[in-house]
Design a protein around this ligand. Structure first.
Ligand code: GLA
Length: 515
């Protein structure tokens, strides 16, 4: 399946409005780069994750949907030039310019000079590597590009604005360099690692959602047996009632890159160590497939059940078996960790538990990325991952079996609430403001509410119906936004509290569509 090219705006829920937005972007482009034609546009959406956070980098499936907020790039490529110039309709992102290496080498990123164009450099790296993989002459430089961007995905809000940026940019760069068609699988595979070049060791949830999104559908994002996004329908609600997913941004920004050593990357490290520790308990050897070259909790699960429990392997499809294994592991975490271990591990304690010296432990787990902690919460993280992965399969089961929309809302909402509890108490990735939004939402018409994405602030997603929506929105405005941010403007409010729809994933949009 290839990434589509749209020749009109019928893919959008509001075609006329979307066209005007592209015209506004085109005006920005022409103001900056007069006398240059826009050759094409690329776009990629953000995502909201309905279930399964902090499990993708453990290779467990997640349940997100692409949303109707995206990043659009208007592109002019010039094979005679090595200049990259990037502008943005948002004045916060000032014009950036640099020159591509003339000798055809892959561009590098200077961490001391980090700004929004660093994400474009990430895209240049992964696009260039893909081109080399496809046999491009290694001494031939990439072509110069002038690009104007317009984004509607709130930044720092946990809705994958950076993944949308990297996916749309990679698509733009590939097309500028002669790739007119790329499969969704390849675009996902190469963009999953794009942000690793700026030190963010994310899994593949965001990029896969941004590429595979389909109108009206959520997605089962799988990493085994292969990376894939499988569209799934929601049940129809009775009496013409409409299912609604409301996103509420706490406005507590959690810039992933800046807080990574104590938040996101620390989770990646903790879960990698937890996998190896559990493997050590049973003398198992796991494939090194995490972002820190340790085992993963998925790797542990598969090896444990086959080698210790002597069961046949799991193909990832048999839901009942997957749920049984994950439930068992969730319960076993309570037995496998002692009372002291449940408090957390110091570096010395973790090293000793793994039979390593502190030097060896540091070398193996703490050098790939900077992390800071008092205690490593290995029990909590492992239990979160097993139980959260169970909940993804539970949601899949609900989507596949429930026909009655009322039952679906209640049950799906209940699973979302259980997830929130785990994110808060076991994974430590909620935030007091997130918890406050949960309380207000649940008391005012949401069936379920949870932090979505990396967390530590960012956004929450609630499931409700069109009928209950006004009450829910009013309560959030009065009891959260007006209290926390008394000076909030109407525009800011409109951006913070949004009614979103599952939308199409990444695409090229023909320049002619805008004229
Ligand atoms: C961020 C990462 C994803 C995923 C989520 C948490 O969005 O980019 O890969 O790990 O956090 O589920």
């Amino acid at each position: 399946m290839s990434v589509p090219t749209f020749t009109n705006f019928d893919f959008s829920p509001a075609p006329e409005q979307t066209k005007q937005r592209y015209q506004h972007l085109a005006a920005k482009f022409h103001a900056e780069f007069p006398n240059e034609a826009i050759q094409y546009y690329t776009r990629a959406p953000g995502r909201v994750n309905l279930m399964g956070d902090h499990i993708d980098y453990n290779l467990f499936s997640c349940l997100p949907m692409a949303i109707d907020f995206d990043l659009v790039a208007a592109v002019h490529a010039n094979p005679e030039s090595l200049e990259i110039a990037l502008v943005n309709t948002d004045p916060k992102f000032t014009k950036q310019q640099f020159t591509l290496p003339e000798d055809g080498s892959v561009i590098t990123i200077d961490d001391n000079n980090f700004n929004w164009s660093s994400y474009f450099r990430c895209a240049l790296i992964v696009a260039h590597k893909y081109l080399l993989e496809k046999g491009r002459d290694a001494s031939k430089p990439l072509v110069g590009m002038h690009v104007a961007f317009d984004g509607t995905v709130p930044t720092g809000g946990g809705l994958s604005s950076s993944a949308a940026f990297c996916v749309a940019s990679t698509l733009a760069i590939l097309k500028a360099n002669g790739v007119d068609s790329i499969s969704k699988a390849d675009l996902t595979r190469i963009t999953v690692v794009s942000e690793h070049y700026i030190g963010l060791n994310n899994g593949g949830l965001d990029q896969c959602s941004s590429v595979y999104g389909e109108d009206g559908m959520c997605l089962l994002v799988q990493f085994r047996p292969k990376l894939n996004g499988i569209p799934l329908k929601f049940p129809t609600l009775p009496d013409g009632e409409e299912l609604k997913f409301i996103i509420s941004n706490t406005l507590v920004e959690s810039p992933k890159k800046l807080t990574a050593p104590v938040n996101y990357n620390l989770r990646v490290v903790e879960m990698g160590i937890a996998s190896d520790l559990l493997a050590k308990k049973f003398n198992l050897s796991l494939p090194s497939e995490s972002n820190i070259n340790s085992g993963t909790l998925r790797g542990f699960m598969e090896t444990y059940f086959v080698e210790v429990e002597k069961q046949s392997p799991w193909d990832g499809q048999d839901n009942v078996k997957g749920m049984k294994w994950l439930q068992e592991l969730t319960d076993k975490c309570d037995e496998w960790f002692t009372t002291e271990e449940k408090v957390g591990f110091t570096t010395e304690e973790a090293a000793a538990a793994l039979g390593l010296s502190v030097e060896e432990f540091t070398q193996k787990y703490l050098t790939k990325m900077e992390v800071r902690y008092d205690k490593l919460k290995l029990y909590q993280r492992a239990k979160h991952v097993f139980s959260e992965s169970y909940r993804v399969l539970q949601c899949l089961h609900l989507l596949q079996t429930i026909e009655n929309g009322d039952d679906f809302l209640r049950e799906f909402g209940g699973v979302m609430n259980a997830s929130q509890q785990s994110l808060d108490q076991l994974n430590g990735s909620s935030h007091p403001n997130c918890n406050r939004i949960c309380e207000i939402a649940l008391a005012n018409g949401a069936y379920g509410t949870r932090v979505t994405g990396a967390g530590f602030g960012g956004s929450l997603v609630s499931i409700t119906t069109a009928k209950k929506l006004p009450n829910l929105v009013n309560a959030l405005v009065a009891e959260y936004y007006k209290k926390e941010y008394p000076n909030i403007t109407d525009d800011e409010l409109a951006n913070a509290l949004v009614d979103t729809k599952p939308a199409w994933g990444a695409s090229v949009v023909a320049a002619a569509a805008v004229e």
